[in-house]
Design a protein around this ligand. Structure first.
Ligand code: AMP
Ligand code: MG
Length: 539
């Protein structure tokens, strides 16, 4: 970017507000909770706060918006991105959407605490929507306050950027700003509220449209708004599919199915558990959106969910995410049905999700194992078996796959090699290495032998394989306890760890020898501490 393109003053940002310009607005201008019909959004201004203070920002996202570091560090920036000042060209609004929450239709939800500021057109002609999360109530706030606390804002800010650098499709986070105000939260809904620092994150994405935006129109039988919104989405975000028509609606839905499958494959690759895969939290662009009670698998347990609100049914557990995405796509298909009036082609697109996920998942797993290609005769079994082996004893998923690249395959044949030496690189992944004995040890070794044989058949070079594996098996992920440590410090006013983690997570696939302390197993104290393994929707 040359200096001419750098925005020195926020007033130089160019806004091109396609959403508000093209879609029907709520006619009511006052900000009070209500049902909003016949409209895609309501104009609403952020609530002013006491003392905006920028505590972290993403330089990559600032770059997307042509913002220089000096501009980001200005008082004006903190004022704008806390919601205290609206720039000329912005047109703030909250979106109307509905959704299925935990399997049940919940009616109108909407941006209860997100306020879209406007859409920036950057110097490269790209289009980026800016959205404040936690900037005060909107018509969609229902019984809640429209605010966000520091704890959840740190989590959203860090995880959005960590996911981006891992190569996972996601909304982005520009800034984390303290409001200087306190917000009351009952973290576990157990009658023990406390005051927490308030904060606002500015999220950035081409669009924040969710399955729920379409569902609410269909649920209300408002086909005119539904069609307007679908046509708008295709024209702005899927223009490569052509001018909207019935056939294009179908190819659009199929593309949403494919993008969703890709996103879920990535989640499964890095061990991410979203935690609240309600249809209002599913982006139509296939981006990870709404970082609430998400978590990272430490112990490889497909039944794990970090969300205490979902503890009994475990609907959104790690291993169920592919099925839930499909269920959500079915609800989305139902919403689009009135525009298609034929279930068959919608079903075909849903089948594309299943195939695309299956294909993607196999490729992903073979890449995690460093195989040159997926060979069904051998690899289906190899992959199934590793998933079982990982569950025999508490095994750290991230460390296991990272260390697996160290296994030597070129030397002696498995029969001649010392078994302790074969296992050695992996021992670090075990939470209780003393349990890797007897039958457990035998099964792990049996898998290693078949894996090694598979590599030897492929005549794979260890050096090349290691390099390839290290590009898909991250060394650094946002372990649950790491964000909690950063939050503990941040609540004391110290943001060094937030910024340190942001920096480490910019290069998740690099070794970074001076950052080993952030690559280790979850410490014992974090096993059952709130925020580390248990999170609620309260944020
Ligand atoms: P989530 O579970 O975060 O996806 O939120 C579900 C719905 O509740 C969305 O419509 C949110 O906008 C709304 N919501 C969550 N927290 C708040 C809050 N503190 N104030 C207003 N609305 C909220
Ligand atoms: Mg949400």
């Amino acid at each position: 970017m040359n200096s001419q393109q750098t925005v020195r003053n926020l007033d130089e940002l160019q806004f091109d507000n396609q959403f508000t310009r093209n879609l029907p607005a709520d006619e009511e201008a006052k900000n009070f909770r209500r049902q909003v019909t016949g409209a895609c959004y309501s104009r609403v201004l952020p609530t002013k706060v006491a003392r905006p203070q920028l505590v972290a920002y993403s330089k990559e996202v600032a770059d997307l918006l042509d913002l220089s570091a000096d501009t980001v560090k200005s008082d004006e920036f903190a004022a704008v991105f806390a919601g205290n000042q609206v720039l000329a060209g912005m047109d703030p609004f909250a979106m109307c959407y509905g959704g299925h929450q935990f399997g049940n239709w919940a009616g109108q939800l909407g941006d209860g605490r997100a306020i879209n500021l406007g859409e920036v057109r950057n110097s490269r002609g790209e289009h980026w929507a800016l959205q404040l999360k936690g900037a005060g109530p909107t018509p969609y706030s229902r019984t809640a306050d429209g605010l966000a606390v520091l704890r959840s804002s740190v989590r959203e800010f860090l995880c959005s950027e960590a996911m981006y650098h891992l190569g996972v499709p996601t909304t982005r986070a520009l800034s984390l700003v303290l409001t200087g105000e306190q917000v009351e939260r009952d973290m576990f809904y157990d009658g023990n509220p406390r005051h927490e620092p308030g904060a606002v994150v500015c999220r950035v994405a081409p669009s924040f449209l969710r399955f729920g935006n379409y569902q609410i129109c269909a649920a209300r039988g408002d086909l005119e708004t539904l069609r307007t919104l679908v046509d708008f989405t295709i024209r702005t975000e899927f223009s490569h599919l052509g001018e909207p028509s019935r056939a294009v609606y179908l190819s659009w839905f199929e593309e949403v199915c494919r993008r969703t499958a890709d996103m879920i494959v990535h989640w499964m690759r890095v061990g991410f558990v979203h935690g609240v895969m309600n249809t209002d939290n599913m982006s139509v662009l296939g981006l990870t959106i709404d970082y609430g009670p998400y978590g990272w698998l430490e112990d490889y347990d497909p039944n794990w969910t970090p969300n205490t609100t979902d503890a009994t049914g475990r609907r959104y557990r790690f291993g169920n995410q592919p099925q839930i995405a499909l269920w959500n796509l079915v609800q989305f298909a139902n919403a689009l049905y009135p525009l298609i009036e034929d279930a068959e082609p919608l079903q075909q697109a849903l089948d594309v999700y299943v195939d695309h996920f299956e294909q993607g998942s196999r490729t992903m797993m073979s890449e995690k194992l460093g195989l040159n290609s997926f060979q069904p005769e051998t690899d289906i079994k190899l992959i199934e078996e590793i998933q079982e082996v990982l569950q025999l004893v508490e095994t750290d998923m991230t460390i296991f796959f990272r260390k697996l690249s160290l296994l030597e395959s070129e030397g002696e044949s498995s029969a001649d090699i010392d078994e302790a030496a074969l296992l050695a690189p992996l021992m670090e992944a075990y939470y209780e290495p003393e349990k890797v004995v007897g039958e457990v040890r035998t099964r792990i070794l049996a898998w290693i032998h078949s894996y090694r044989n598979r590599l030897r058949d492929e005549q794979s070079s260890d050096v090349v394989r290691r390099e390839k594996m290290n590009r898909v098996n991250p060394k650094y992920v946002l372990r649950n306890y790491l964000s909690q440590l950063a939050i503990d410090k941040a609540e004391e006013g110290d943001f060094t760890l937030v910024n340190e983690l942001l920096e480490v997570l910019r290069r998740p696939y690099d070794e970074q020898p001076d950052q080993e302390q952030h690559a280790g197993k979850r410490p014992d104290w974090a096993r059952s501490r709130a925020g580390c393994s248990m999170l609620s929707c309260s944020s």
